[in-house]
Design a protein around this ligand. Structure first.
Ligand code: ADP
Ligand code: PRP
Length: 186
């Protein structure tokens, strides 16, 4: 048994404002770091809108999953429901590091649930966010405005946080992110 499997894997919660590049950085880190598990979220979003790979469900299906205890953590944002499958605990128990796109408002709750919890806080300038959300084309202009209005939501205090700027080329951010996450420091 390795040291990692004795103490369990890290839950690496990727946080930051809409358009900052959370999904893009996660996909890159998944390619750059061997054995990292990219967590697939359950979302009440229309299927196949691009970006992350997610399980699309209806609100009533989501509520039934909550009732069944299918989620380790869940939250509501942008008029949608998001759930992190309870099976993540199996991955962590095996000693596998798990990378998951998180809400800033769910971080404090998750820190109490997961023993090896670290936040990967992605940042970028406000003008970068606006440009990227428009270019992504997944949301309407009204939805984009609402997301931008929440851009400077603070992180809770007292958490282990790794800060990663994503204003420059994505490849550079991924290389820096991979270096910051390895060797294991939490
Ligand atoms: N470093 C970068 N340089 C240029 N475009 C980027 C960069 N990072 C992400 N993007 C683009 O910005 C948009 C938003 O990225 P995304 O990963 O969906 O962000 P988030 O998940 O934080 O909302 C996407 O179209 C993505 O391709
Ligand atoms: O509380 P906040 O930190 O503001 O986060 C709210 C939600 O925004 C993101 O979702 P999603 O990936 O659907 O949106 P995004 O790609 O525009 O960030 C994030 O994963 C949360 O689910």
């Amino acid at each position: 048994m390795t040291l990692a499997s004795k103490s369990g894997g890290r839950l690496i919660a990727v946080a930051g404002p809409s358009g900052v590049g959370k999904d893009s950085v996660m996909a890159g880190l998944n390619g750059a770091i061997p054995d990292l598990h990219l967590v697939r979220r359950v979302i009440t979003r229309t299927p196949d809108l691009g970006g992350e790979d997610y399980d699309a469900v209806s609100v009533s299906q989501f509520e039934a999953l909550v009732e069944d205890g299918a989620f380790a953590v869940h939250w509501r944002a942008h008029g949608l429901y998001y759930g992190i499958p309870i099976t993540i605990k199996y991955q962590l128990g095996k000693g596998t590091d798990c990378l998951v796109n998180f809400s800033r408002k769910a971080l404090a709750q998750a820190a109490e649930i997961f023993p090896r919890f670290v936040v990967l806080n992605i940042t970028a300038k406000p003008e970068t966010l606006a440009h990227r959300l428009a270019a992504r084309g997944r949301e309407t202009e009204e939805e984009i405005s609402k997301r931008l209005a929440q851009a400077d939501k603070p992180l809770p205090t007292g958490l282990k946080v790794i800060h990663l700027a994503n204003d420059g080329p994505l490849s550079r951010t991924i290389a820096r992110g991979a270096a910051l996450l390895q060797p294991v420091s939490v």
